[in-house]
Design a protein around this ligand. Structure first.
Ligand code: PEP
Length: 257
């Protein structure tokens, strides 16, 4: 059977960079240089405080989809400092990054918490971008697929994905994030194929075939074309390189539908 074509998604994770004014400026710079009909969906995830201005700036265009970097799973409550899914939906957010390794490692997010967040994203019609990936020691000891499989199952079995929902996963080897190092392309393809098979086992082959699996971890204008050409890589989650509009554009242009 022919490999199904999935429209690539290139998503910038701006992390804890760019306040409201700087975020709007970067959005304006991107809008000015994007081709009228890119071959990929494009999304950006600003800080919470910049989400309002960025969503308002993007309200009149479908060229860039607004995203968020995290959220809580409850709709409201005594949870000081947290942001609820309906608040993101009201602001105009379309996608939300969940279970990023920085959230897991620095803020103690567990597989169980990430699973609740994915289920909450579906309840509020937000597209979850479920991040999974192994630590360097786990790769060195041959535990990559075991770790990634556990994270995929925990992320999806709590309540998603419904057959009518969009699902995005991001394979981000922790040791590749912000380090300039990446796995080889066969190593990336092996994990992406494995993730698709895990999604098929949980949610069926049709959902797995429609699921976009992004690669993240030191993707840059030089290595993006080779990574994005892999059969089970459907886009990129880009950190540092997404802060430079020209570099981000090069990555977008290297994705072919
Ligand atoms: C990330 O943190 O999601 C990421 C991919 O970062 P970088 O591109 O900077 O490695």
């Amino acid at each position: 059977m022919a490999t199904p074509r999935r429209r690539p998604l290139i998503m910038g994770n701006w992390k804890m960079n760019l306040g409201p004014a700087e975020a709007e400026k970067l959005v304006d710079e991107l809008l000015a240089i994007l081709p009228p009909e890119p071959q990929a969906d494009i999304a950006v995830a600003p800080t919470f405080i910049a989400i309002g201005p960025v969503c308002r700036r993007l309200a009149a265009t479908r060229a860039i989809l607004p995203g968020a970097q995290n959220m809580h799973w409850e709709d409201h409550g005594a949870l000081t400092g947290e942001i609820a899914p309906p608040m993101l939906a009201e602001a105009g957010v379309r996608l939300v990054i969940l279970g990023h390794s920085e959230r897991r490692a620095i803020f103690g997010e567990t597989d169980d918490m990430v699973g609740r967040k994915v289920a909450a994203a579906y309840r509020h019609k937000l597209i979850p971008v479920l991040c999974v990936g192994e630590q360097e020691t786990e790769r060195d000891t041959g535990a990559t697929l075991e770790v990634v499989g556990r994270q995929v199952r925990a992320g999806l079995e709590a309540g998603g994905p419904p057959s009518d929902g969009d699902l995005v996963l991001a394979y981000e080897p922790v040791w590749a994030i912000g380090t300039g190092r990446t796995p080889t392309t066969p190593e990336i393809q092996e994990v992406h194929r494995f993730i698709r098979d895990e999604v098929a086992a949980i949610a069926g082959q049709a959902t797995a075939d429609a699921t976009r699996i992004l690669y993240g971890g030191s993707m840059n204008p030089k290595n993006s074309a080779g990574i994005l050409a892999l059969p089970d890589v459907d886009g990129g989650l880009v950190g540092g390189a997404a802060l430079d509009p020209a570099g981000f554009l090069t990555i977008i242009l290297s994705a072919t539908a």
